[in-house]
Design a protein around this ligand. Structure first.
Ligand code: G6P
Length: 493
C-alpha cells in the first residue's frame, strides 16, 4: 500500500483490456484517436463529472504499439506498459483462443483444444498480464475504493487484487456467456479452479443474463469442495457463492461470500437517436439506398467478423431463401457488414475469407446486371452501420452464442419505419426481446430462411408495433444505469 502515497488515489476504478480510446498510427507517424465502441465506453461517458474514475487498460487498436504508448496521455486513462509478447500470449493465446472459445462453445473438430506445454507458457503470460492490472489498480485505488474489473481477459485480477488490497470493494463483470459445466470441464482442473478462484476474489460478480450467471455458479461449485452456490428460494433475494473454509456452515468464520447479479446492458437510446440523425449518416443512407435499389427490401446484419456471430450460416440461410422463395429474387438485398476482428488469429482470417467467398458465390449464382443480392462491407464505419439500422426492413442477428448482442437492441431504437428482428435464441438479448422477435435456432439454416421469409412478409403495422416494444425492452437498462447500478451495489457492500 506504500504506492498509494506516491500516486494519485481514485475512488472508482475500471479495468479492461481495451480502453476508451483506440489509436492507429498514420503514415506520417502521427496518431489517429477514435472513441471506442461498446457499453462500457457509453456508460462511463454518461456518468457525469461527480464520479471521475480511473480507467486502467492495455490494448491498442493497430499500428505501432510502442509509438502509441510513448505518446498517449488521456485524462482519467492509464494505459499499462505491458510487454508486447506477454500481451500477445495473454490476449490472442489465452483470452481469445481459449476462454472466448470455451464460453461461446466454439470448439469443434479439428479445432479442439490442446492443453500442452505451449498452453502452460501462454497461461503464464495471462497470469502476468492479470498481475500487471492488479498491481496498477492496487497502486492507484484510494482506501476502500470501488474497482470494476471487466471480462474474461481479467478473470484472475480480482483474486490478485484482493491479496494486495483487502480493503477494496471489487466487482467483476462478464460481457460474454459462461460455458456450461460439462464444457467448462475441458479446461485442465487446476486452471479451471484458478479461474473460478480468481473471480471469487471479487465481492460481486455481474453477468448479462441469469442464464450465464447460473452456469457460472454451477461451474464454480464443480471445481472445488469449498464452493457452494446459494440460489434464493423462489428466485427472490440474493444469489451468492459461499467459499473458503467455512462454506456451507452458518458458523464458518473463514467463509466468504460473493454476490451474483445480473445487469442486462441495453442500448444507449439518446446517443443513438442523436447520432443516427447527423449528416454523415444521411450521406451513407443515400449511398446504401442506391446499392439496394428502389422498391427493394433490405435485410441487414452488422457484426464483427467473429465465429460466434454465425455469419456464414446467415449467408447460407439467405441463399436458401432465394432458392426456396424465388419471388424474392430481384426484390431483396442483403446488406452484410462484417468488420474485421482478431486478425492475428488464423481461424479468424479463414472465417473472414469464407464470408467473402460465400457472398461472392451468391452474387455469381443469383445476381443479374441490375441486382446484387449481397452487398458485403468490411470496412468498419459506424455512420454506415447506423444508416443501415435506420433503413433495415429485416435485421438478422443469429449468433451461435452471444453474451447479449447489442446490435439486436440498437436496430429497433433507430429504425425509421420498423424492422422485423430475426433473433437467435442463443443470444443474451433473446431473454428480453423474444416476444417481439422471430426466434431461430442459429444452427438451423432452413428455419432461419423461413424466419427471413416471415420477417419480409410481416405486415407494416405489426412490424412497427413490434419495433416499438422491442425498443422499449432494449433501452430498459441503458449504459449509464447499467454502470451506476453496479457501482452503487458494490459500494453498498
Ligand atoms: C466482446 C468482448 C469485449 C471485446 C469485444 C471486441 O464484446 O466481451 O471484451 O472488447 O468483444 O473484441 P476485441 O478482441 O476486438 O477487443
Amino acid at each position: 500500500m506504500a504506492a498509494i502515497a506516491t500516486e494519485r488515489a481514485f475512488e472508482v476504478l475500471v479495468a479492461s483490456n481495451r480502453g476508451p480510446v483506440s489509436y492507429a498510427v498514420r503514415e506520417d507517424g502521427s496518431l489517429d484517436a477514435h472513441r471506442g465502441g461498446g457499453g462500457l465506453v457509453s456508460g462511463l461517458s454518461a456518468i457525469g463529472p461527480e464520479i471521475q474514475p480511473l480507467w486502467v487498460c492495455a490494448a491498442l487498436s493497430d499500428g505501432d504499439r510502442e509509438a502509441v504508448r510513448r505518446t498517449v496521455s488521456e485524462p482519467g486513462v492509464r494505459m499499462l506498459d505491458i510487454d508486447a509478447h506477454v500481451h500477445f500470449d495473454a490476449y490472442n493465446g489465452i483470452a481469445n483462443s481459449v476462454l472466448w472459445f470455451l464460453h461461446h462453445m466454439l470448439y469443434q473438430t479439428p479445432l479442439e483444444p490442446v492443453f500442452d506445454a505451449e498452453f502452460r507458457r501462454q497461461w503464464g503470460a495471462y497470469e502476468s498480464y492479470n498481475r500487471a492490472f492488479a498491481e496498477a489498480l492496487a497502486a492507484q485505488a484510494a482506501e476502500g475504493a470501488a474497482v470494476l474489473v471487466q471480462d474474461y481477459h481479467l478473470a484472475l485480477t480480482p483474486g490478485m487484487l484482493r491479496e494486495l488490497r483487502p480493503d477494496l470493494r471489487i466487482g467483476h463483470f462478464s460481457h460474454t456467456p459462461w460455458a456450461p459445466p460439462e464444457y467448462f470441464r475441458m479446461l485442465p482442473d487446476d486452471i479451471a479452479e484458478q479461474l473460478v478462484r480468481g473471480m471469487l476474489g471479487a465481492d460481486r460478480l455481474g453477468f448479462l443474463t441469469w442464464r450465464w450467471a447460473s452456469t457460472f455458479m454451477k461451474c464454480a461449485e464443480g471445481v472445488a469442495d469449498d464452493v457452494r452456490a446459494v440460489f434464493p428460494p423462489g428466485g427472490e433475494g440474493r444469489s451468492l457463492l459461499e467459499h473458503g473454509a467455512g462454506a456451507g456452515h452458518t458458523e464458518g468464520g473463514l467463509r466468504r461470500e460473493t454476490d451474483i447479479s445480473v445487469y442486462g446492458l441495453g442500448a444507449d437510446a439518446d446517443f443513438l437517436r442523436r447520432r443516427a440523425h447527423e449528416p454523415d449518416v444521411a450521406d451513407r443512407m443515400a449511398v446504401l439506398r442506391e446499392q439496394v435499389g428502389p422498391g427493394r427490401k433490405a435485410i441487414v446484419r452488422v457484426d464483427r467478423t467473429e465465429l460466434s456471430k454465425n455469419i456464414v450460416r446467415g449467408l447460407l440461410a439467405y441463399r436458401t431463401l432465394l432458392e426456396e422463395h424465388p419471388e424474392w429474387r430481384g426484390h431483396v438485398v442483403h446488406l452484410a457488414f462484417a468488420y474485421p476482428s482478431r486478425q492475428d488469429l488464423a481461424v479468424y482470417r479463414d472465417y473472414t475469407a469464407e464470408v467473402q467467398r460465400l457472398a461472392d458465390e451468391i452474387n455469381a449464382v443469383f445476381g443479374t446486371p441490375d441486382w446484387t443480392p449481397v452487398v458485403l462491407h468490411v470496412k468498419d464505419d459506424f455512420a454506415r452501420s447506423l444508416a443501415a439500422y435506420r433503413m433495415a426492413d429485416v435485421a438478422l442477428v443469429n449468433p451461435v452464442r452471444d453474451g447479449m448482442n447489442l446490435v439486436a437492441k440498437e436496430i429497433p431504437v433507430v429504425s425509421d419505419d420498423g424492422c422485423a428482428l430475426v433473433l437467435s435464441r442463443e443470444a443474451g438479448a433473446y431473454e428480453e426481446l423474444h416476444e417481439d422477435a422471430l426466434p431461430v435456432n442459429p444452427y438451423d439454416v432452413t428455419a432461419t430462411a423461413d424466419a427471413l421469409h416471415r420477417a419480409l412478409t410481416m405486415p407494416a403495422g405489426e412490424r412497427a408495433e413490434r419495433t416499438k416494444r422491442l425498443a422499449a425492452g432494449a433501452t430498459a437498462m441503458g449504459p449509464r444505469k447499467w454502470f451506476l447500478a453496479q457501482l452503487e451495489a458494490l459500494r453498498a457492500g
